[in-house]
Design a binder for this molecule. Structure first.
Ligand code: SF4
Length: 297
C-alpha cells in the first residue's frame, strides 16, 4: 500500500504525460523523475491519456534493466512498473510505490525495445520479467505487453505479491510462463504488519496459478524480528508446499540497501536497527522449506 494517490484501477494520478528519452540499455532504480516539473496537460489531453491507460496503450514505467540469473531463467529484460498497493517495511525500491513517479511509456515502444533482444533471449533461455512496484496495478498495459511478447515467442514472467491477483484475467494467465510470487508472510497478523494489507489475496492467487498449471517461483524475504518466527515461516512453507507448480523457493536475506531511498522520499523507515539475518537463521529457514520437499535457492 502506498500513502499516495495511486489507484488500484491503474490510473495515473497526476503524472505529466510526455515522451521521454529512456535508456536503450540498462535503466536504474536510482533515476530520479525526469525534468517534467511545471509541464501541464490540458484537460482534453489528460482525458486522452487516461483513456490510453485504460486501453493498455500507455503505462507508467520506473526503469528497466537487462539481468542474468535473477528474475527468471536466462538473460532477462526486467521492467519495473510504477505503483504498488502494499507498503512493505523492507521495500528497497520505495520510489516505485507511487504510480505518478513513473515515466509514461507506450506499449508499442516497450515491445519494440523488447524485440531487439529476441535472439539474446533465445540463446540464453531468457525472456521478459515484468516487476515493480506491482505489475497488476496496470493490468491492461501488462496484458498488452504479455500478449505482444508471446507473439514474438518470448518467455514471460511477472513478479508480483499477488495482492491484486484478481486483476489478472484468465487470458493474461495464458500469456504468462512463470510467476515470481512474493509471499511476505504466512500468518495474517505478520503479513499485515509487513505490508499494511491482507494475506488472503496472495493465497488465492497462488492457488489459482497452480490450478492453471503455471510455474511459480516463491520469494520470501527473511527479516530478523519481523518475518523470522518459526510459526510464520512454517505457515509460508505449508502454503507453498500445497502448490504443485512451485519449482523453487528463494529465501532472500534482508539488507539495508534501500534505507537511504526512504529518507530521500521523506518516508518513515522502521527497520533502521534491523540487522541482516545470521547464516544460522538463514539455514534454519531454508531447512523449514526443504523439510517439505521444496527446492530452495
Ligand atoms: S510489494 Fe514490492 S514494491 Fe510493493 S512495497 Fe512491497 S517490496 Fe515494495
Amino acid at each position: 500500500m502506498s500513502t499516495t494517490a495511486a489507484t488500484p484501477s491503474g490510473e495515473f494520478t497526476g503524472a505529466p504525460v510526455i515522451q521521454l528519452g529512456l535508456p536503450l540499455i540498462g535503466g536504474s532504480h536510482h533515476r530520479s523523475s525526469s525534468g517534467t516539473a511545471g509541464l501541464e496537460l490540458s484537460e482534453a489531453a489528460r482525458s486522452e491519456k487516461f483513456a490510453q491507460m485504460r486501453a493498455g496503450e500507455l503505462g507508467s514505467l520506473h526503469s528497466w534493466e537487462l539481468v542474468t540469473a535473477v528474475d527468471g531463467p536466462g538473460i532477462r529484460m526486467t521492467t519495473f512498473l510504477s505503483g504498488c498497493p502494499l507498503q512493505c517495511l523492507y521495500c528497497h525500491n520505495p520510489d516505485t510505490m507511487e504510480m505518478r513517479r513513473g515515466e509514461p511509456i507506450e506499449a508499442t515502444e516497450l515491445l519494440a525495445r523488447l524485440k531487439r533482444y529476441v535472439k539474446v533471449f533465445e540463446v540464453s533461455g531468457g525472456g521478459l520479467t515484468i516487476s515493480g512496484g506491482e505489475p497488476l496495478m496496470q493490468p491492461a498495459f501488462v496484458a498488452k505487453i504479455l500478449s505482444g511478447a508471446k507473439a514474438m515467442g518470448i518467455h514471460t514472467a511477472i513478479d508480483t505479491s499477488g495482492y491484486l491477483g484478481a486483476h489478472c484475467t484468465d487470458e493474461m494467465l495464458e500469456n504468462i510462463d512463470l510467476v515470481l510470487l512474493d509471499v511476505k508472510s504466512g500468518d495474517e497478523e505478520t503479513y499485515k504488519r509487513v505490508t499494511g494489507r491482507e494475506l488472503q489475496p496472495t493465497l488465492d492467487f497462488g492457488r489459482r496459478l497452480a490450478a492453471h498449471g503455471i510455474e511459480i517461483w516463491i520469494r520470501f524475504v527473511l527479516v530478523p524480528g519481523l518475518t523470522d518466527a518459526v510459526e510464520n515461516v512454517d505457515a509460508v512453507a505449508d502454503f507453498v508446499a500445497s502448490l504443485p507448480t512451485v519449482s523453487r523457493v528463494e529465501v532472500l536475506p534482508f539488507h539495508q540497501m534501500g534505507r537511504d531511498k526512504w529518507a530521500s522520499l521523506g518516508l518513515k523507515y522502521e527497520l533502521d536497527e534491523t540487522p541482516p539475518p545470521t547464516p544460522e537463521l538463514v539455514a534454519r529457514v531454508r531447512g523449514q522449506f526443504e523439510a517439505r520437499g521444496l527446492t530452495v535457492y
